[in-house]
Ligand binder design. Structure first.
Ligand code: ADP
Ligand code: MG
Length: 484
């Protein structure tokens, strides 16, 4: 990430508020659908449009998902929580308030471990997680004179995850966000798609002189929707604040937006205080009372979490910590690996996925989720190596072709005649050809220049187009060079 750092005598303090859309098919308080990309205003019930007399009913699935998130984040699930109204007027929010949880959130005191630049473990505290509804959307770009309203998102279920101001630089933020997203995906609570808006991050940023105990005034940057932008926005904002403070000016507590094109933050509104919202318990909704049986039931049904999976892979498959981290950083990758590791030596599988497969994905700039090579085909490729049908070198070529044509590896090997030559007669012939073509080198080798062995192997590989079985080449070549 190329972003300007901050001056040595200053320190950066960051706290996050992350909104994650819960993977529920229907909304938080109505039965309207939450599916993405439908026609405007096609998914709006009378409750969502706030018709008089309509009563919201809490979607139990959303409560369950919030509890799952809390458990996976090592948090406390509160047996009592409540919904509150956060009052404000917005044209795309017909109720005139947002239903959220202010006084009693459903989850408190969670955490995620990250690794600092210095290589130390650091705990980021999650202060609270509460359930709330999303607002609608105002559309400004369809007409020069009018604004349109789309209410499809009104009432879409979210959890808001609020951290303590524990971060010191954007890399820590990025690590945390990736871990959080990974965990939420593992437990099927949120699809974690930043581009589609199913995960959004607000970053609170302040600066202070190194060693100061007191925190500076913070500025909130809203709706950051890519990892790259989060880092850029934070650093830009920190430098803006430092410039102001060095100029003896004050930081105003406010909400700012990040302009991706300008690479700058700009003021959106002065920060409201909680009392501006006149929060009060929503009289239409009952408090949530969650029994310990309910919590335990969910706990017992949680799938294996990324950290646990990582430890298991190291133990069970004997792969390196680094490879294990890479393989478990995405649930889909882990599934891909495990399918293959059932049939192929796991270390070989880990190696080839982490180095060769990811190397190629990075090079062409596609995500693993868009990979069209199946685990069966990738497994077959490794099978060809393991059974000595092709060498590792040839396998890399085959993998390149698999990326291009999507054909099965066996087919590619056959089509381009890439099978390894293990027939000793054939190999002997290659060796004889090279020996008789290089009498001088043979003499030098025989008079003690051992290093030339590599030269012969290289030549043989060249004329066999890399297909000669290296082990047989070594064995036969040694014998031939030593005889006479
Ligand atoms: P509010 O309810 O007014 O939004 P919170 O105390 O809930 O305030 O804090 C909101 C977010 O701001 C949290 O993520 C918290 O970590 C972060 N935060 C609080 N103080 C600071 C600060 N001085 N610098 C950076 N972030 C901060
Ligand atoms: Mg807040």
């Amino acid at each position: 990430m190329i972003i300007q750092g901050i001056k040595d005598e200053w320190e950066l303090v960051i706290g996050l508020e992350i909104h994650a859309q819960l993977s529920s098919n229907s909304k938080l308080f109505s039965s309207a659908s939450t599916s993405f990309g439908e026609e405007n205003n096609e998914q709006v019930s009378f409750i969502d449009s706030a018709m008089p007399g309509m009563l919201p009913v809490t979607n139990e699935k959303c409560v369950e998902l919030a509890v799952r998130a809390g458990l996976a984040l090592d948090a406390k699930i509160n047996e009592f929580s409540m919904f509150d109204r956060k009052n404000y007027f917005y044209p795309d929010s017909p109720q005139g308030y947002q239903i959220s949880q202010f006084f009693y959130p459903i989850v408190s005191d969670g955490s995620i471990e990250i690794t600092t630049k210095e290589g130390e473990q650091k705990t980021i505290v999650i202060n609270r997680i509460h359930i709330e509804q999303d607002a609608g959307k105002s559309i400004h770009d369809q007409s020069p004179t009018e604004t349109f309203i789309d209410l499809n998102r009104v009432g879409v279920p979210l959890i808001e995850i609020v951290t303590n101001p524990d971060f010191q630089d954007p890399d820590e933020v990025e690590q945390f966000m990736k871990k959080l997203r990974n965990i939420l995906r593992y437990i099927d609570v949120c699809d974690g798609d930043l581009e589609k808006g199913s995960m959004r991050c607000d970053a609170n940023v302040s600066v202070k002189k190194k060693g100061d105990n007191e925190l500076g005034t913070r500025v909130e940057i809203k709706n950051l929707n890519s990892f790259k932008n989060i880092g850029k926005a934070i650093m830009h904002e920190a430098n803006r604040q430092i410039e102001l403070l060095e100029d003896e000016q004050k930081i105003i507590q406010e909400t700012r937006l990040f302009d991706v094109n300008l690479g700058q933050t700009k003021s959106m509104r002065k920060k409201e205080e909680a009392n501006d919202y006149r929060y009060f318990p929503d009289p239409d909704l009952l408090p949530l009372r969650i029994s310990s049986e309910y919590i335990n039931d969910i706990r017992n049904n949680l799938p294996e979490l990324p950290e646990d999976k990582k430890k298991r892979y190291i133990k069970e498959y004997g792969i390196t910590e680094y490879d294990s981290e890479v393989l478990t950083a995405d649930k889909k990758v882990a599934e891909f690996f495990e399918k293959i590791a059932k049939k192929i030596e796991p270390k070989l599988a880990a190696n080839w996925i982490c180095a060769e497969l990811f190397g190629r994905l990075n090079k062409v700039g596609i995500e693993f989720s868009d990979l069209s090579i199946s685990s069966e085909d990738f497994g077959s490729l490794l099978q060809l190596i393991a059974s000595n049908k092709i060498s590792g070198k040839i396998a890399k070529e085959v993998l390149d072709k698999m990326f291009e044509t999507n054909e099965a590896p066996e087919k590619i090997v056959e089509k381009y005649n890439l099978s390894q030559i293990s027939n000793t007669d054939e190999i002997e012939k290659y060796i004889d050809d090279i020996i008789s073509a290089n009498p001088k080198k043979v003499e030098e080798y025989r008079s003690g220049k051992d290093k030339l062995f590599g030269f012969f192997v290289g030549e043989i590989m060249k004329i066999s187009k890399g297909k000669a079985n290296p082990q047989s080449v070594n064995e036969i070549l040694i014998k031939k060079l030593q005889s006479n």
